[in-house]
Design a protein around this ligand. Structure first.
Ligand code: NDP
Length: 392
């Protein structure tokens, strides 16, 4: 039984709060804090159990420290934005509290995400006897656990890993993002990058395209190669992997709009002068795009995220696919959020459960693939994200 402090009342924060509330035997008390407290209260009103709310600007370490000291949680779940990762980790170190997040740090003025900044905290967390679990969403998160599960149960050696993320849902809008638009567009407009034979190969943004036939009636879709953060940690912790790539589907409409927005400069992240005021075009764009949390009621269809893995077992080559299918409308009925927030928020709750029950423990900063995948895989089945596996 433990008290948990969730920071960030967006689409993902809403799901984490609902799912923690569904597990009272682990999460005995829940505090939800965010920059705008009214958003916390709106979420708390959806849930029968009492959820305490608070206001915090997590960019400010002293404010975050004050909140943690006041509430004394056993764990802080950070589902604000990647920009807050380091300040919240600093506050956890200062107050002696464990930490969990779903996305790695990136500096606001440089769209370059990497675990290096957070891995630098390892010694400080270890010395304090604290644990930080990084990237406990779906991708990163479940995809790391899927890889560890495959390695433990089906392969003596993994040669290639392809993480494939398909959102086959439709929200009926010509252009909208399913999670924070600023973070999403920064990610998608970066150069692609994949791991091969001990090094990184750069590609242009969304330059490499293939087709993949998805299960469960989704069918064939174009998949685009992108860089994604779990490639960095998985290839570090499983150095036998020769090639690791990440792929995502996009609708033609999404890509058409993105191209135009890029061409006219609306995705720039450097400040520009507008009527005597400095504005960042991408941040302005975020304020005119639909709030991802508002897409829930209208989004129909499914997501399918999984790993295609090739390698050997007992000297024989094999090809394996492990994946989850999540239905947007079913997720909405349960927690009033679409499947992209659902598939991120559920693993954040499960990661927290692993830490608080002692199933996953360690002093320092860890990625998901470093722990025994079995209890996490079991919890995915019971907590709303059942998985399927097949040999191809
Ligand atoms: P949203 O933009 O919907 O929500 C972010 C929330 O954080 C908002 O409520 C925002 O407050 C709050 N916030 C922002 N800055 C601060 C601050 N300085 N102090 C306190 N609160 C703050 O984003 P999502 O819910 O879609 O995403 C949340 C996180 O999940 C992101 O880091 C994202 O990258 C990650 N993610 C991970 C995935 C995975 O599979 N691993 C997939 C999808 C998302 P306000 O409302 O006031 O702006």
């Amino acid at each position: 039984m433990a008290k948990v402090l969730i920071i960030g009342a967006g689409g993902v924060g809403q799901v984490v709060t609902h799912k923690c509330a569904q597990n009272p035997e682990v999460f005995s008390e829940i505090v939800l804090a965010s920059r705008t407290e009214s958003k916390c209260r709106r979420i708390a009103e959806q849930i029968e159990r009492p959820i305490k709310t608070a206001q915090v600007d997590a960019d400010q370490v002293p404010q975050t420290v004050e909140l943690i000291e006041r509430e004394k949680p056993a764990l802080v779940i950070n589902v604000a934005l990647p920009y807050q990762d380091l300040t919240i980790m600093d506050a956890c170190l200062e107050t002696g509290v464990d930490y969990l997040d779903t996305a790695n740090y990136e500096p606001p003025d440089d769209a370059r995400f990497s675990y290096s900044w957070q891995w630098e905290y390892h010694e400080r967390f270890r010395e304090r006897g604290l644990m930080a679990l990084l990237g406990s969403g779906f991708d990163p998160g479940v995809t790391n656990v899927f890889t560890a599960h495959a390695r433990k149960h089906h392969f003596d050696r993994i040669e290639t890993l392809d993480i494939i993320d398909c959102n086959a849902g439709d929200h009926g809008k010509p252009f909208a993002t399913n999670f924070n638009p600023e973070i999403n567009i920064r990610e998608v407009t970066q150069n692609g990058r994949y791991y091969k034979d001990g090094g990184w190969v750069e590609t242009g943004p969304l330059e490499v395209v293939e087709e993949f036939d998805f299960p469960d009636g989704i069918g064939p879709r174009k998949i685009y190669l992108m860089y994604h953060e779990e490639l960095e940690s998985i290839t570090k912790h499983l150095p036998e992997i020769r090639e690791a790539r990440f792929w995502m589907t996009f609708s033609d409409s999404y890509l058409k709009h993105l191209e135009v927005l890029q061409n006219v400069g609306m995705t720039r992240i450097d400040p520009v002068e507008h009527q005597g005021v400095k504005i960042v075009p991408l941040q302005f764009l975020k304020s005119v795009l639909p709030d991802p949390a508002s897409l829930g009621p209208d989004t129909k269809g499914k997501t399918c995220i999984g790993c295609v893995i090739e390698g050997t077992r007992d000297g024989q080559p094999r090809k394996y696919y492990v994946y989850n299918i999540c239905d947007h409308q079913q997720a909405y009925r349960e927690v009033r959020s679409q499947a992209v927030s659902y598939t991120t928020g559920v693993p954040a709750m499960i990661g927290a459960k692993m830490m608080l029950t002692g199933a996953w423990r360690g002093d320092g900063v860890f990625n998901m693939e470093q722990f025994d995948p079995d209890p996490f895989m079991k919890a995915l089945n019971s907590d709303g994200l059942p998985w399927h596996e097949t040999f191809l």
